[in-house]
Design a protein around this ligand. Structure first.
Ligand code: GCV
Length: 715
């Protein structure tokens, strides 16, 4: 295969002469191809301000202007006419056009915060006024995103501020290759960009290029190692800290702070103490000293990520202590240094007896954590997976989100497509995340999930904590693959996550539009309208298409155990993992009602506790998550459960086949190497979707004996 190129045929992927030049000449530029800088780079641009992030802005502008014939002007400003001013609000006397932007700023409410910016027109000049250096950087990439529209005389004045302060990616990257999980746990894009074979990669150009992409979609924090912390990875906290510091240095110019996953047993395995008991004085002092040393080396270190008492990771239970005791121990060490601890709520019994139908994994996070509400220090962020099980294609929103008003909560998404096609299938997750973020756990009049993680207090007298929320976190999906994510179209998921974390109200289709225009810049694409239309047709509904040909009606987990790819309906049915569907000859699904089932519905506030309790009101797409129903149960759609299974599986495959045909329309229109990579993946997707269809339909036909009403072939 030839080397991947930028969005347009003929444009080399490397940014020649660019100081953040990619380390590997064949790496794809994702949403920052040079062409995306044409509008800005062909103008006279003044940058006003100073500081490290402003240097990054200057570097970008200088490079873009030299590439596209514009002119980069930096202070001192000589009152020449310019097309664009990028100015830091508080950096000395503002250049004249920026001063004139102060009035519109006040009209829009004034506050910018340190990450926000105002974009407006003053005469013939576009002015971007930023509240802080990070705001200037985000503003710059916003101007890039707008392209020519940023210079439109009719540009509407707008103040931009991130809805969420914390917008983070968690890498499940291992330093030492794990015998089962490899270099990256659940990584589908090659090796790690940070680590290789037990040590750091040191090719930091790639890490810088990554930081630049992250800044351009709004992400401001990254944790650099797996939450399952092995012996080698544990040492990143101490003797291998220098490796982390190097990554931090590479990401700092892009406003990305580094976090570290640590093992709760660190005082024992690293400190030689006999215990890691959170209430032990020596343990507390070990964490305090160790954490101080981390900050001496990395002054802007973000904090720790901890998976404790989960899937074999050590935790406070060993010492008879609670998760609050455990989290507060680390929080205490981090607090004086400005750090936070992301404590994961993904805690359940992974050694369940499948015969025991009373234990319900979906209940576990709430049962463990809800009683601890109010006991966590203010620099503890409880990181909750969006659903109660594990990143399934469809799950209800986790009840923990509504249950802990006095705790700082973050919601965890999964950009890496562990259960959604593993970056071999097109599955645009923007619509799923948008749905979760817009969900209102307390019903129509209550806050959304986005508001909870933003830290917005509830209306009325409650004991809601005030202060910053925990934000959004996602498991990262990049690796050292030349296309970053293996599947070139999976880059859209990473981009969309960043954009939705910045503004959870964005329309995922509009985000996709941005991504398409950046990745395949219209100014360098033969038929931009065709590209846009085709990519939308393939991606807009791809999550629902994926849902159609995989596990039905929210039941989840019908995947191959271990690798979690491809169908195996009973793969987890008689296992210890707590993920069952209970299909028999009469029906399928898990009874999670309080009337007759596991009582899980009880964990929701009204109205959802009642909506989910009854099959009459439960949304179709979650029916089998909450109820065990007969195959002839009639859905709201009018179809029976069994007919729905057949219909969606046939339809899903047809839709994937249509995706494949559609993509062929772009042959010769976009970069041939990228086109070929996607074609290969779509080929695999078609085969896999057919496999899913035939497994699922055959399984349910054999169980139920009910034929397909439309007489299609079932094996
Ligand atoms: C990092 C799932 C995944 C594991 C992952 C775990 C987690 O169980 O399959 O690979 O471990 O989630 O989120 O901690």
């Amino acid at each position: 295969m030839s080397a991947p190129m930028a969005g347009s045929p003929g444009e080399p992927a490397t940014v020649t002469g660019h100081p953040h030049r990619f380390g590997e000449p064949s790496v794809h530029p994702a949403w920052l191809p040079s062409e995306a800088f044409r509008a800005l780079g062909s103008r006279r641009v003044l940058v006003h301000g100073d500081g490290p992030l402003v240097d990054t802005v200057e570097t970008e502008v200088t490079w873009a202007c030299s590439r596209f014939g514009g002119q980069a002007l930096v202070a001192p400003y000589r009152d020449e006419p310019v097309d664009l001013v990028l100015a830091l609000r508080w950096a000395g006397p503002l250049p004249a056009p920026a001063t004139r932007a102060l009035a519109p700023l006040n009209e829009t409410g004034g506050g910018l915060g340190d990450e926000g910016f105002l974009l407006t027109r003053v005469g013939d000049t576009t002015v971007l006024l930023a509240g802080g250096p990070a705001g200037l950087l985000y503003g710059l990439y916003h101007v890039v995103r707008l392209g020519e529209a940023a210079f439109d005389p009719g540009l509407v004045t707008r103040r931009h501020r991130p809805a969420l302060r914390r917008r983070m990616l968690d890498h499940w990257d291992n330093v030492a290759v794990h015998p089962v999980m490899g270099q990256v746990e659940r990584g589908y894009a090659g090796g790690s960009i940070f680590w290789r074979n037990g040590g750091p990669r040191r090719d930091l150009a790639r890490v810088r290029a990554y930081g630049r992409l992250l800044a351009a979609c709004g992400i401001n924090a990254v944790s650099v190692n797996n939450v399952n912390v092995g012996a080698t990875e544990a040492r990143l906290l101490t003797e291998r800290l220098g490796d982390v510091a190097e990554i931090a240095d590479a990401l700092r110019p892009f406003g990305v702070r580094v976090h570290l996953s640590v093992t709760f047993a660190a005082p024992v395995v690293l400190g030689g103490l006999p215990t890691a008991d959170p209430l032990d004085e020596k343990v507390r002092s070990w964490w305090a000293t160790t954490t101080r040393q981390v900050y001496e080396r990395i002054p802007d270190f973000g904090g720790y990520v901890v998976k404790a008492d989960s899937e074999g990771q050590p935790g406070p239970f060993t010492y008879g202590r609670s998760h609050a005791d455990g989290a507060n121990l680390l929080a205490e060490a981090l607090a004086p240094l400005g750090g936070v601890v992301h404590w994961r709520a993904f805690v359940y019994n992974h050694r369940q007896d499948w015969r025991d139908r009373r234990t319900d994994r979906a209940r576990a996070a709430y049962d463990h954590f809800a009683p601890l509400d109010g006991e966590f220090r203010t620099n503890v962020i409880l990181q909750v997976k969006y659903g109660p099980i594990d990143f399934q294609t469809r799950e209800p929103v986790s009840p923990v989100i509504a249950a802990m008003p006095a705790t700082r909560l973050a919601v965890e998404m999964q950009v890496t497509q562990e259960y959604t096609g593993q970056q071999r299938h097109v599955c645009y997750l923007g619509p799923l995340w948008r749905e979760i973020l817009g969900f209102r756990p307390w019903g129509e009049d209550g806050r959304t999930v986005a508001a909870v993680v933003a830290g917005e207090p509830a209306k009325g007298p409650t004991r809601t904590r005030s202060g910053p929320g925990g934000g959004l976190v996602a498991v990262a999906n990049v690796g050292d693959d030349p296309y970053w994510c293996g599947h070139p179209l999976a880059q859209a998921n990473l981009y969309a996550f960043g954009r939705l974390a910045w503004d959870p109200e964005l329309d995922p289709a509009a985000v996709l539009d941005e991504w398409i225009d950046l990745t395949f810049p219209p100014t360098a694409t033969e038929d931009p309208a065709l590209v846009r239309e085709t990519v939308h047709a393939i991606m807009d509904d791809s999550w629902r298409t994926y849902e159609r040909y995989t596990a039905p009606l929210g039941v989840g987990f019908m995947v191959n155990p271990g690798n979690h790819y491809g169908p195996q309906v009973d793969g987890y049915e008689y296992s210890q993992w707590g993920t069952y569907h209970f299909a028999d000859r009469d029906g399928v699904g898990v009874d999670r009602t309080r009337a007759t089932g596991t009582g899980y519905t009880d964990q929701y506030p009204p109205p959802w506790r009642d909506v989910y309790e009854s099959p009459e009101t439960c949304p179709d797409e979650l029916l089998l998550f909450f109820h065990h129903v007969p195959y002839d149960h009639v859905l709201h759609s009018g179809s029976t459960v069994i007919q729905h299974i057949y219909d969606t599986h046939f339809a899903g495959v047809e839709q994937v086949e249509a995706m494949f045909r559609r993509w062929q329309l772009l042959a010769g229109v976009i970069d041939p190497a990228l086109h070929e990579r996607v074609t290969d993946r779509l080929d695999e997707q078609v085969l896999s979707a057919r496999e899913w269809r035939d497994h699922i339909n055959t399984y349910f036909f054999r169980k139920s004996g009910v034929p397909d009403a439309k007489g299609r072939r079932i094996h």
